[in-house]
Design a binder for this molecule. Sequence first.
Ligand code: ATP
Ligand code: MG
Length: 381
Amino acid sequence: MRLDLPENAEFIIKRLETAGFEAYVVGGCVRDMLMGREVNDFDITTSSLPEETKSVFSDLRVLETGIKHGTVTVMVDGQPFEVTTFRVESGYSDSRHPDSVTFVREVYRDLARRDFTVNAIAYSPSVGIVDPHGGREDIEKRVIRAVGDPYKRFSEDALRILRALRFSSTLGFQIEAETAKAINTLAHTVKSVSGERIYTELNKLLLGKNCQYVIDEYIDAIRAIIPANGDFKSVSRCPGDAAMRLYCLCGEGIEATLSALRADNRTKHICRLLSVSTPIPPSLPELKLYISSLGRDDAEIVVSYRKAVYGEDEEYNSSRVLSSNEPLFISDLAIKGNDLLALGLAPKQLGAVLASLLRAVINEEINNSREELLEKAKEYK
Ligand code: ATP
Ligand code: MG
């Protein structure tokens, strides 16, 4: 079987082979090529030691990105390729970091330390597919299956539990029964993984096409990882935004989750905004005031979320209101603060008066014209 490799990846493999080593593309890129999915990174695995790789590419720029773990980055035409020595890992005493990494010369040993069968396939144009764990068959069956004993593999590295859920979500694969059982039994051990890494995987999981299936099927496991007490049956109805989906999943547990995962500021803002949001009002002037008090950006977030998840906002289309040029914000008023100062109002009154004028316009008591606004403003002198 021939796979279509980019020229630069093929160049690296050929160069290593000519120097007497084995080299393959491996992992996600092979899986994605076999599935006809777009590939972002072509990772290369090789029998050459990092120092040997460096000398094979001594005419190119080689970065020592993770030399202790066997990884160097070879730059070809400005494009980076991670080239990693075949290795095995041993002794995960903290279910997170291998105690030691040992370089080996056989590709099958490197493939055996990988997480799932679909990620444990190597390929080179000269050798073809190397697939000792039945990864191709599992791709065909659309199954995530641990390489080897799932209990052992998840006990070595608890991050793999989240990776299994994430791949099930993004690839739309089911998780094989034994692997699934081990996930349910060992989910609580994910607590040993750093918040940042949980967060990265969770974000990918939440944006996967199969996220609702994974959440429904593995809610107990997910709850062992984060407090997921929200409207979690509706996650897939949310707009395609990881922060909104995280809020939907967690509900009242959101504050604890945000700090445990060290969520970024945008995510924190969106989740907090949604947690204090109130139902979209059904009448038009109230809807305008609602949008007005939130501000345009926050209103767009709240409205798109509540519409999708709670089915609110059927009567009036708030997106239409938001995109209309009807006055909704103080900046839309036909007068400015200076006009009020000219009328003789005190500077400290300005904010409150402008807000009250805006309310009068939204309630259709007056028109948004200079004359009517100034007339009304006189009442506050
Ligand atoms: P993505 O499309 O998200 O990049 P990927 O499969 O390439 O998916 P990476 O995190 O880039 O995932 O890892 C590259 C490869 O390294 C995987 O395909 C897998 O073979 C191996 N791998 C990554 N993380 C682990 C892990 N925690 N345990 C075992 N093998 C792993
Ligand atoms: Mg990858």
